[in-house]
Write a protein that binds this ligand. Structure first.
Ligand code: KIV
Length: 266
């Protein structure tokens, strides 16, 4: 199977085929997600919470994102690898945005980047795409804005907020974004945006009418317990499975059942 490109994302939208994405942050999980045949892997700054054990995504650094994206890129044969630009890697200036986005491509082997925001980052998106860096924009609930938003809250609930989000979506598309991530917004709003845009929308907590879906891998496989957003569907409980395996190992060692002759040398 050839490597998936941003053109394939667009083609799927025109052919009305769903785009499948998950996050991954390291070699073994990226290999599994890729082997499962997903279209895209987002190396999300959510790694701050689900891998690093932080309270939120804000402290995640560019160097950490590069470290994780390198591991993912090394594992992936087909999926489009998208590096997530962490807090303060693009907000301060357009130059920061281009330079840091370039690091994802040049150093970490990503094929695209994602950044949070719509209208306020339009000039950044333009400059990045001018530098041949494909950009996915991200509107709705943007976790890097938790302090302004007052927490992880559903966005676009009022008519005014909906109008603003529709405008933002168009601005992101006009600026050159190849796709738009919609997080935690009402179903009908996501449906309207998806219909109005030529670029694909990828939803997370945005209902079934988006062109594609993404979730945080550790939520899907039951490896993150601190909280589970309403929009998550858990498909496995790896925490319980892993705990069981580790407890069995401990018991075996304590009872001298491991190692046996089978695991020993003569
Ligand atoms: O960081 C992340 O994982 C994200 C999610 C919304 C997919 O941005």
């Amino acid at each position: 199977m050839p490597k998936i490109t941003i053109q394939d994302f667009l083609k799927k939208k025109t052919e009305k085929k769903k785009i499948t994405m998950l996050t991954a942050y390291d070699y073994p999980f990226a290999q599994i997600v890729d082997e499962a045949g997903l279209d895209g892997i987002l190396v999300g700054d959510s790694l701050g919470m689900v891998v690093q054990g932080l309270e939120n995504t804000l402290p995640v650094t560019m160097d950490e994102m590069i470290y994780h994206t390198k591991m993912v890129s090394r594992a992936v044969k087909n999926a489009l690898v998208i590096g997530d630009m962490p807090f303060m890697s693009y907000q301060a200036s357009i130059e920061d945005a281009v330079r840091n986005a370039g690091r994802f491509i040049k150093e970490a082997g990503a094929s695209a980047v994602k950044l949070e925001g719509g209208a306020e980052v339009a000039e950044h998106i333009k400059a990045m795409t001018r530098s041949d860096i494909p950009v996915m924009a991200h509107i709705g609930l943007t976790p890097q804005s938790i302090h302004r938003m007052g927490g992880y809250k559903v966005q676009g609930k009022t008519e005014e907020a909906q109008k603003k989000l529709i405008e933002e979506a168009h601005v992101a598309e006009d600026a050159g974004a190849f796709a738009l991530l919609l997080e935690a917004i009402p179903i009908d709003l996501a449906k309207k945006i998806t219909k109005e845009l030529a670029i694909p929308t990828i939803g997370i907590g945005a209902g079934p009418f988006c062109d594609g879906q993404v979730l945080v891998l550790h939520d899907v496989i039951g490896l993150f317990e601190r909280f589970t957003p309403k929009f998550v569907k858990r498909y496995a409980n790896l925490k319980a499975e892993t705990l069981k395996a580790i407890k069995s190992y401990k018991e075996d060692v304590e009872n001298s059942a491991f190692p046996s002759e089978k695991q020993s040398f003569k």
